[in-house]
Design a protein around this ligand. Structure first.
Ligand SMILES: Nc1ncnc2c1ncn2[C@@H]1O[C@H](COP(=O)(O)OP(=O)(O)OP(=O)(O)O)[C@@H](O)[C@H]1O
Length: 246
């Protein structure tokens, strides 16, 4: 029937249109940690002495045990937390955007995604806002129905659209795949790979890490260490450490 043109082809949510806008370059160092010491209280340090830089070519996956300090590191990068000692230096023109699940709590669920974006970014034309949401695969009625009727995955898309509208040069992604299906995760990976900014990703999703990370940083024992290899090698290392090696 479909081939004969008697019924319309069934189309899925257009997952493949995830797209970040290219932002251009800033000269390094863009984000520099120098002798950073941090703890929520001085007697319980999360980091003893961090020295590293992240720039717009960086594609870092941050891994490590629960509670080691991965989310804390992202907050030190954005400036939400300040070191007890040492310095985090950000380029004057650096725009950082951080994705985390708690952003969903910010959404006004009685509003539509379109009205929400117009309220958040006043002075922009409706067509522009529609396009900016559409870029993350939320199209048609999904843009104008109350967000409480959207799936968690669709709400994640609104959050991505909201973050991307600020045109960050650096994306910090804290567990971005929690509500996304595999196709959408692949679409996110593709979008990140096509984009020209810097990225630090905290994720337990080795599949995503494998697609987008060029460096693996391990967060453990109050410090950050670069893993000499890819994420599959790190996964094997974890398996052998826990005695699960084949
Ligand atoms: N606001 C806070 N006040 C005090 N301690 C905190 C605060 N936030 C986090 N912690 C503690 O700091 C440590 C590091 O937390 P963080 O969330 O950075 O770890 P994580 O590596 O991201 O963990 P996970 O993988 O479980 O998300 C944990 O022991 C956590 O309990």
């Amino acid at each position: 029937m479909e081939r004969g043109g008697l019924t319309e082809k069934v189309t899925r949510d257009s997952v493949l249109v995830f797209r970040f806008v290219d932002v251009g370059k800033l000269p390094p160092p863009v984000l520099q940690f120098s002798e950073v010491k941090f703890g929520y209280t001085p007697d319980n340090l999360i980091y003893k002495c961090l020295d590293f830089g992240v720039d717009l070519d960086s594609r870092v996956a941050l891994v490590g045990p629960n509670g080691a300090g991965k989310s804390t590191l992202l907050k030190l990068m954005t400036g939400e937390l300040t070191p007890l000692e040492g310095m985090v230096k950000r380029h004057n023109h650096l725009r950082i955007a951080q994705y985390h699940q708690h952003l969903a709590e910010k959404l006004d669920l009685d509003m539509s995604a379109l009205l929400y974006m117009i309220r958040e970014y006043p002075g922009n034309e409706e067509e522009k806002m529609r396009a900016s949401i559409g870029r993350f695969g939320l199209t048609g009625k999904a843009q104008t129905m109350p967000m409480k009727n959207l799936s968690d995955g669709q709400k994640s898309r609104v959050i991505f659209a909201w973050l991307a509208f600020r045109q960050p040069q650096m994306l910090l992604l804290d567990e971005p795949t929690n509500h996304l299906d595999i196709e959408t995760i692949d679409s996110l990976a593709e979008a990140l790979n096509e984009w020209d900014g810097g990225m630090v990703l905290v994720s337990h999703d080795f599949r995503l890490i494998n697609q987008v990370a060029r460096e693996i940083w391990v967060c453990e024992n109050q410090t950050i260490t670069r893993w000499n290899g890819d994420i599959m090698g790190f996964k094997e290392h974890l398996r052998s450490k826990s005695g699960l090696s084949s």
